[in-house]
Design a binder for this molecule. Structure first.
Ligand code: GDP
Ligand code: MG
Length: 175
């Protein structure tokens, strides 16, 4: 059990193909901001966001690839110490869903098996051009022991929920 006044800091990484909305999920969650033309910044970045659980302050240090994935150069330092991961695809681009296997392999190579993993189908606002059904994603998630949620960083649907489910599960595992 956690002690009174104990601090919790969990590292969570966001991975997935380029342009699935990783940076916007992070900015939506931590700053309630969305950018139509988000540009890739160089190097690894993270944002810290707190939430209360059981009357305790739990901080998540959430890492964004900052465009490294374009060059297939997400480094082991990026994954080091991660206890949670959002593995993101774009529901309007099947190729990004097909990449999830590779992202999970990379995650498994570089991190603990105890990492809490959430499969995130982003851009749920693009229902009219959907290529990945809820059912196939749900099935994949069940087969691979992942949590699953669809989000929209654009209209904010489920973004907070996606991060908070992961953070609460991590907390439950350690407390
Ligand atoms: P990243 O490369 O994975 O970090 O993706 P970005 O966050 O940079 O987003 C890539 C593009 O998709 C940008 O033009 C965003 O405005 C757009 N985008 C991100 N999230 C959403 C979303 O939920 N819905 C829609 N329609 N567009 C999104
Ligand atoms: Mg990005």
């Amino acid at each position: 059990m956690g002690e009174e006044g104990e601090e919790y800091l969990f590292k969570v990484v966001i991975i997935g193909d380029s342009a699935v909305g990783k940076s916007n999920l992070l900015s939506r969650y931590t700053a309630n901001e969305f950018n139509i033309n988000s540009k890739a910044t160089i190097g690894v970045e993270f944002q810290t966001q707190s939430m209360g659980i059981d009357g305790k302050e739990v901080k998540a240090q959430i890492w964004d690839t900052a465009g490294q994935e374009r060059f297939r150069a997400v480094t082991s330092a990026y994954y080091r110490g991660a206890v949670g991961a959002l593995v993101v695809y774009d529901i309007s681009r099947m190729t990004t869903f097909e990449s999830i296997d590779r992202w999970l392999q990379e995650l498994n190579t570089h991190s603990d098996t105890t990492v809490v993993k959430m499969l995130v189908g982003n851009k749920s606002d693009l229902e009219n051009i959907r290529q990945v059904s809820v059912e196939e994603a749900q099935t994949f998630a069940e087969e691979n022991s992942l949590f699953f949620i669809e989000t929209s960083a654009l209209d904010a649907t489920n973004v907070k929920r996606a991060f908070e489910i992961v953070i609460k599960e991590i907390y439950n595992n350690v407390s």
